[in-house]
Design a protein around this ligand. Structure first.
Ligand code: FAD
Ligand code: NAD
Length: 398
């Protein structure tokens, strides 16, 4: 009898959890499981703002896939997916001549920056989205600071962060922590540095609890961060940014944290999308494709018909991966899949190493060092899910 082929694209939160689940629940020979990822490592996206600011080394935000995947159970291929053919049920990779065939496809390829067509962003801004991208941000920023010693132009030590959602605020928090050390290293007076966070909406962290938003902005302002609220960035140039209304802010480092959309490969595969994300059914399947499952940032899950979709987070991607890791086994054995139900544990945003804000469960507010501690626990929990206590002890930063 033909052994069914399960192909998982992307070793992010969703893809890796699916692979871990299948590795655990499938009997040997019950299915052929293949995981494809463009890097040999998994990057811990939820920590990428730290190496982007230089408050921690990028090795703390990644781990070898071989350290969590069993090679006899899951065949790992390091390559870049270039296209998905949903009719022929084949996936093409950049460096493999023959496409990969599948009976079941799990797409967990994450997101791409949403630039809303803003002129010059793709060319001139940096993005917090991978190990490669955050290494570039840190090195560029440090090079600009080093140039300031010779050429005292203020823009060299001005950093603009476009968008004050969770990524923007967490990054600004790290920058605040990094600046004293960076200024000492390059002999720059701390008060000369400008960190400017620009937000289109009337408040930072739009829609989040107002008390927690005030706590965050008061703390960050006390550390010198400038907020421009209700002022969308209209253009990004080689010199900095131009705001709606025409004001220009000169900055040699512009980091765009203005939102995300689904991975373009999903759209290109002809699957119906909204901003690149697919409204999946209760079993996480793409509409019209019984054998294609979409998880993580490329999926859209609605709590109910008339509500807004859940925001794309590692939390929901992890739960979707856990769900598929179990339910795909049920399908293979001829059983009926359960319905995916998301259980939110809350939201915590760090403001550097020792400060954070958050809501635990449905509405219990936390802030300060206590919130920061909870954030560390959630990071350790991810390591625990991937590799148990030994991985926590090896990779966890306490
Ligand atoms: P990802 O984790 O992004 O993984 C996608 C994988 O696919 C990657 O390994 C990538 O290399 C691979 N890939 C992409 N394209 C290709 C290709 N063409 N070929 C092969 N491989 C490919 N969420 C939270 O819940 N809590 C937080 O505290 C939190 N903090 C965050 C902090 C930051 C700075 C950022 C940017 C995001 C944060 N998020 C947080 C959001 C969270 O990181 C994402 O929602 C989550 O990573 C989505 O998981 P995923 O599995 O969909 O994709
Ligand atoms: P986001 O969409 O949550 O925030 C983007 C922000 O940019 C918004 O506030 C938006 O108003 C603003 N913006 C858009 N266009 C703009 C413009 N032209 N000028 C200025 N501002 C503009 O995106 P994100 O912060 O990258 O987060 C992506 C996802 O990841 C979200 O679902 C978020 O919840 C999740 N995330 C979670 C955490 C956490 O839980 N700690 C951390 C980071 C990201």
């Amino acid at each position: 009898m033909k052994v069914p082929k399960i192909l998982i694209l992307g070793a992010g939160y969703g893809g890796l959890m699916t692979a871990k689940g299948l590795q655990k629940h499938l009997r040997p020979g019950e299915a052929e499981v293949t995981l494809v990822n463009q890097n040999s490592y998994h990057y811990i996206t939820t920590k990428l703002h730290e190496p982007a600011a230089g408050t921690s080394h990028h090795d703390h935000a990644r781990l070898a896939i071989s350290s969590v995947i069993h090679p006899h159970r899951v065949n790992f291929i390091q390559d870049q997916v270039t296209s998905i053919d949903t009719i022929a049920k084949k996936v093409t990779l950049a460096d493999h001549k023959d496409p990969l065939e599948y009976d079941y496809l799990v797409i967990g390829l994450g997101s791409a920056p949403e630039t809303f067509g803003i002129k010059g962003l793709l060319e001139n801004a940096f993005f917090i989205r991978s190990i490669d991208s955050v290494r570039m941000i840190r090195e560029h920023m440090e090079y600009m600071f080093s140039q300031y010693a010779e050429d005292k132009k203020d823009e060299l030590i001005t950093i603009v962060v476009g968008g004050a959602g969770f990524t923007g605020i967490e990054y600004v928090g790290e920058l605040v922590d990094r600046m004293p050390e960076l200024c000492r290293e390059y002999d720059i007076p701390l008060e000369k540095v400008r960190i400017v966070n620009i937000e289109a909406a009337p408040s930072v962290l739009p829609g989040f609890d107002p008390d927690l938003v005030n706590y965050a902005t008061d703390y960050l302002k006390s550390k010198g961060v400038e907020f421009h609220i209700n002022t969308p960035i209209a253009e990004c140039t080689t010199e900095g940014v131009i705001l709606k209304g025409g004001e220009e802010i000169k900055a040699s480092t512009v980091v765009w944290t203005g939102g995300v959309r689904g991975n373009k490969l999903v759209e290109d595969a002809g699957i119906e999308t909204m901003r690149g994300r697919v409204k999946v059914d209760g079993q996480l399947r793409a509409p019209g494709h019984e054998e294609i499952f979409i998880i993580g940032d490329s999926s859209l899950v609605f709590p109910s018909e008339n509500e807004r979709p859940y925001p794309p987070t590692a939390q929901i991607a992890t739960q979707q991966g856990q769900f598929l890791g179990k339910n795909l086994v049920t399908v293979l054995r001829g059983g009926k899949m359960e319905t995916f139900v998301y259980h939110t544990k809350g939201t915590i945003a760090s403001l550097g190493r020792k400060e954070a804000i958050g809501v635990l469960g449905k509405n219990s507010k936390v802030m300060g060092i206590k919130a920061s501690f909870v954030k560390r626990i959630t990071e350790l929990r991810w390591l625990y899910l991937l590799g148990g206590i030994s991985l926590v002890l090896r990779k966890g930063k306490f």
